[in-house]
Design a protein around this ligand. Structure first.
Ligand code: OGA
Ligand code: MN
Length: 280
C-alpha cells in the first residue's frame, strides 16, 4: 500500500491514506505520519477498525501514554484507554453526553504540568446528526492577533484548573480526591511549540484566569482570545465516519464536540492520550 498525505483545501487538517493501523506501522510510515502531524496539526485515518490494544500500541509510537483522572470512563482491562460513550451495556442510550467538558473549547489536560501532546480518538459509533468535532488552529490564531494584543499578552501566564473548568462546563463537581490529583497549574498564554518553534495561543476552558491580574480582567482577556481563535475561518470541522482514527496536536490546537441529541443518537469514542512536555 502506498502512503499518501492529502491536506484539506483551505484548512489545516490532512487525511492519511494507505495505512492499516491494526496491522502495525513501520518506521518509514511513522516518519511520514510524524512530519504530517507537525505540518497539519490534525490527521484523519479513515476505515481503521482497530481493537483497543492496537489503538494503544499506535499511541505508544508517539510517547508515553497518560492516565485519566475520571475513573468511571477508564477501560476495564486497558486503563490507558478511555471511553466516552452514551450507550449502555443493553444498547440503550443514557440520554446524556458523557463528559460535558468536551463540548466547550479546550486543549487536553492543560490543567496538568505536562499536558497532552496528542489525543488519538477512534469512533466505533457516531451520531447521525450533530456530534462533529471542531478544531481551532492556535498558531494561526496567534499570528492573526494585532501587534497591540501580542504585546498585551506577552509574558502572561494563565492558571489552568480542572475543578474550575468543570464548574464552567456545568459538569459534576470535582471530588476532593480528583482535586488532589489535579491541583491548579500555570502555563504561558503564548506557548512555543517544542518541535516546530512556532508560537501558539494556549488557552481554552481549563484556563481560568491570568496570574497577577485581577480575576475579571484576566477572564475577559481569555474570553476575547478564545472568541478570536474560534472564528469560523480558523476552524476545521470533522464529520465522523465509523472507524475513523483522528489525532491532533494539543500544543497548537483547541477542540470541542458539537451538541447532538444524546437520547436519540448513539456516540462512542475510544481515546488514548500521549503525555507532552511542560509548556514554555
Ligand atoms: C477528547 C474530546 C472530542 C470528541 O477526547 O479529548 O474532547 O469528539 N473529545 O468526543
Ligand atoms: Mn478533549
Amino acid at each position: 500500500m502506498q502512503i499518501n498525505v492529502a491536506p484539506f483545501e483551505n484548512s489545516f487538517a490532512a487525511e492519511i491514506n494507505g495505512l492499516d493501523i491494526q496491522r502495525g506501522i513501520n518506521k518509514r510510515q511513522f516518519e511520514i505520519i510524524h512530519e504530517a502531524f507537525l505540518d497539519y496539526k490534525v490527521l484523519i485515518f479513515r476505515d481503521q477498525p482497530l481493537d483497543d490494544k492496537a489503538h494503544q500500541t499506535f499511541g505508544m509510537l508517539f510517547g508515553e501514554l497518560d492516565g485519566h483522572i475520571n475513573k468511571s470512563t477508564r477501560h476495564k482491562v486497558l486503563p490507558s484507554v478511555q471511553i466516552f460513550s452514551n450507550v449502555k451495556a443493553n444498547g440503550e442510550t443514557t440520554g446524556v453526553h458523557p463528559e460535558k467538558g468536551t463540548q466547550v473549547w479546550h486543549t487536553d489536560k492543560s490543567y496538568t504540568a505536562t499536558p497532552s501532546l496528542t489525543t488519538i480518538l477512534r469512533s466505533p459509533e457516531i451520531a447521525r446528526v450533530g456530534g462533529d468535532t471542531l478544531f481551532a488552529d492556535m498558531t494561526r490564531a496567534y499570528d492573526k492577533l494585532s501587534d497591540d494584543m501580542k504585546k498585551t499578552i506577552e509574558g502572561l501566564f494563565a492558571v489552568h484548573d480542572w475543578a474550575r473548568s468543570r464548574e464552567k462546563s456545568n459538569e459534576r463537581a470535582a471530588t476532593p480526591e480528583e482535586i488532589k490529583a489535579a491541583p491548579p497549574v500555570e502555563h504561558p498564554v503564548v506557548r512555543t511549540h517544542p518541535e516546530t518553534g512556532k508560537k501558539s495561543l494556549y488557552i481554552g476552558n481549563h484556563s481560568s484566569h491570568i496570574t497577577n491580574m485581577d480575576l475579571a480582567t484576566g477572564e475577559a482577556i481569555l474570553a476575547s482570545l478564545e472568541k478570536h481563535a474560534t472564528q469560523s475561518a480558523l476552524i476545521y470541522r470533522h464529520k465522523w465516519q465509523i472507524d475513523d482514527v483522528l489525532m491532533w496536536d494539543n500544543r497548537c490546537t483547541m477542540h470541542c464536540v458539537e451538541p447532538y441529541d444524546a437520547a436519540k443518537e448513539k456516540r462512542s469514542v475510544h481515546r488514548v492520550v500521549v503525555k507532552g512536555d511542560r509548556p514554555f
